[in-house]
Design a protein around this ligand. Structure first.
Ligand code: ATP
Ligand code: LTN
Length: 331
């Protein structure tokens, strides 16, 4: 049986938080057994906003360690750094000439993120979704496990794929987003109306996978709650508590209803105290593995070198084929 191909990426900017873990990384690990998976540290995406070069290089290795600690097995999956495979940037250019300017102006993430720098926003941030489409189409991936915030980018990727399909029916695979119902949009602890984000200005927005136990306890203690007093799941009226319940349920693999029942008659204090321990315990084995991987940078380098070789071996012939299909180069 031929396994379905999976592709997904994570930016090496900032820390990896429990939103990334619950919304994406956990599914990456779960899909490894039955799929042919490629997982990518997308450094070319990270530089769409200013980065300190030394910092970025360090975070590429640290994000690799975190991804491995979250359960990605380099024996089963291809784990690599985007800029190690130049075909990503090369294909992105071709796709830039397929997508329409008007289509990119409708991307809500660009609208949100470009408010920070206004006229000084990089053109790369505008074409960010095109590079993402290139990542996916380069490997002919069928499924793309992501959080809910990437839904619109995946739709654009599908649109680009269908447009290309007319000329290149044998080359194009139209991918499907794989977005879980629960945990696909973990909200900020300091603002339950906005998603938890690694580029949030306050560290009280997120819990990093490598936060120390006491910091985790403090962040959960300080997390905003709603004006009510009871533990109920209502995303519309009680978004803050609903978010904390989602985190609790995801990390314990217990249904939300069961947790709500457990806290009937109890207040926020008890609930938050227990949630803090759930997060501390849930992250403990991951943190142990992060430390192990970080202490062996030579091993990380080996894994990434091998990953880049395997990814490149798929990317190169597919790149040659699309160039030929589009009429580029010499006859
Ligand atoms: P930023 O918010 O700075 O753009 P990010 O936190 O979205 O960064 P990425 O590396 O861009 O981090 O995302 C990696 C994966 O995590 C993606 O699949 C994304 O959809 C998912 N993800 C990000 N934030 C959340 C969240 N709050 N809840 C669930 N999934 C998330
Ligand atoms: N844009 C994504 C990261 C990303 C990605 C991809 C995800 C880059 N390329 C390809 C899936 C497939 C984000 O999470 N912000």
């Amino acid at each position: 049986m031929i396994k379905k191909r999976v592709f997904s990426g994570i930016q090496p900017s900032g820390t990896v938080h429990i939103g990334n873990y619950i919304g994406a990384l956990r599914n990456w690990a779960l899909m490894q057994k039955d799929h042919d998976c490629l997982y990518c540290i997308v450094d070319l995406h990270a530089i769409t906003v200013p980065q300190d070069p030394k910092d970025l290089r360090e975070r590429i290795l640290f994000t690799t360690a975190t991804t491995l600690a979250a359960g990605i097995d380099p024996q089963q999956s291809i784990l690599f750094v985007q800029s190690d495979v130049p075909e990503h940037a090369e294909l992105a250019w071709l796709l830039n000439c397929v997508v329409y300017y008007g289509e990119l102006t409708r991307m809500t993430q660009f609208k949100d993120k470009s408010t920070v720098r206004g006229e000084g926003t990089s053109a790369g941030l505008f074409t960010y979704p095109v590079l993402m489409a290139a990542d996916i189409l380069l490997y002919g991936a069928q499924a793309v496990p992501v959080g809910d915030d990437q839904r619109q980018h995946l739709e654009l990727t599908r649109l680009i794929a269908r447009r290309l399909e007319k000329d290149l029916p044998d080359w194009v695979v139209v991918p499907n987003a794989f977005i879980e119902k629960k945990g696909a949009r973990v909200m900020g602890l300091d603002d339950p109306m906005a998603k938890m984000s690694k580029s949030a200005p306050s560290e009280y927005n997120y819990i990093s996978l490598d936060d120390a136990p006491d910091l985790i306890r403090k962040k959960i203690r300080k997390a905003v709650t709603d004006s009510g007093t009871t533990i109920e799941f209502d995303e519309e009226k009680r978004p803050a508590v609903a978010n904390l319940l989602t985190i609790y349920s995801s990390l314990t693999d217990r249904p939300v209803e069961e947790i709500v029942q457990q806290y009937a008659g109890k207040g926020y204090g008890d609930f938050k105290k227990d949630l803090a321990e759930v997060v501390v315990e849930g992250l403990a084995p991951i943190q142990k593995r992060i430390r192990e991987f970080v202490s062996d940078p030579a091993q990380l380098q080996r894994i990434l070198t091998e990953g880049a070789e395997k990814a490149g071996a798929i990317a190169r012939p597919r790149m040659a084929a699309i160039k030929k299909g589009l009429g580029l180069g010499r006859p």
